[in-house]
Design a protein around this ligand. Structure first.
Ligand code: ADP
Ligand code: MG
Length: 255
């Protein structure tokens, strides 16, 4: 299949010359069916990539292989130049945000955010200090002592975002994180996620089936169709030069 090049204007501030993320010929089969079919792309540090495509097109399967919850049937996945296939998820320096937040209900908001640091060996005091810094970034410092259930859906999702970024991961993965929110909150969260990830210079792979959401948030978009990336490029280039009828129709579908 085609090799896809990240044509984002962002520059890299990584000390390594390797791209943040590179997929080479990544394939995943379930039995005889091919969920992800020979996908390759390169993503530079600080770039926001959205995987956009209809349900069942292979977006989550790709994300789960990057995260390490699923292994590829073939291909390699390089994080800052290092092949991470076979490495346990917690050894990958990747943060992840899910639709259902998965916060610990019995821990305070601050301790939820401190948790990944404590797991990595920080003292409680150090971890809490850093957690409060990140809560400030997501505008929730005043809710540090509350339990997650006392917060709104959008606020809980911001706590989840702080928790996934607090340990300085090489990559942030988000699988339809806003799917459970109503339209107004969704739009508000799109703006916060964009602001926060930009402020931290995070490299992001974001999944959605919502065309408008992809256009608002992304530096680059990968259009998925039946396990393949049909096109990879800036939103502008997808609009101006759709590579196929599928891309043109899918992008045009937003209202
Ligand atoms: P998307 O996230 O784009 O909606 P998925 O990556 O979840 O799509 O699914 C891609 C294809 O792989 C679908 O046909 C789905 O049914 C199949 N699939 C995903 N996970 C599994 C699994 N654990 N076992 C069998 N088939 C799966
Ligand atoms: Mg999915």
């Amino acid at each position: 299949m085609t090799i896809l090049i990240d044509d984002s204007p962002k520059t890299t501030q990584s000390n390594s010359q390797s791209p943040a993320l590179e997929l080479r010929g990544v394939t995943r089969k379930f039995g005889t069916s091919v969920a992800v079919d020979d996908v390759s792309f390169t993503l530079n540090t600080g770039t926001f990539l959205t995987m956009l495509g209809p349900s069942g097109s292979g977006k989550s399967t790709t994300l789960n292989m990057i995260a390490g919850f699923l292994e590829p049937s073939a291909g390699s996945i390089l994080l800052r130049g290092r092949d991470i296939v076979g490495l346990a998820p917690n050894k990958r320096d990747i943060g992840m945000v899910f639709q259902n937040y998965s916060l610990f209900p019995h821990l305070s908001v601050a301790r939820n955010v401190a948790f990944p640091l404590e797991v990595r060996g920080a003292s409680r005091k150090e971890a809490m200090k850093k957690a409060l810094e990140y809560l400030e970034i997501v505008d929730l410092k005043d809710r540090a002592k509350d339990k997650p259930r006392e917060l709104s859906g959008g606020q809980q999702q911001r706590v989840a975002l702080a928790r996934s970024l607090v340990f300085g991961p090489d990559l942030l993965l988000m699988d339809e994180p806003l799917g459970a929110l109503d339209r107004r909150l969704r739009e508000e969260m799109q703006v916060s996620i964009k602001r926060i990830t930009e402020q931290l210079g995070a490299t992001v792979v974001f999944v959605t089936h919502d065309q408008e959401e992809a256009l608002v948030m992304s530096d680059v978009i990968a259009i998925y169709n039946e396990g393949n990336i049909e096109q990879f490029g800036t939103s502008q280039s997808l609009y101006l030069n759709p590579a196929s009828r599928f891309v043109a129709e899918f992008i045009g579908e937003s209202n």
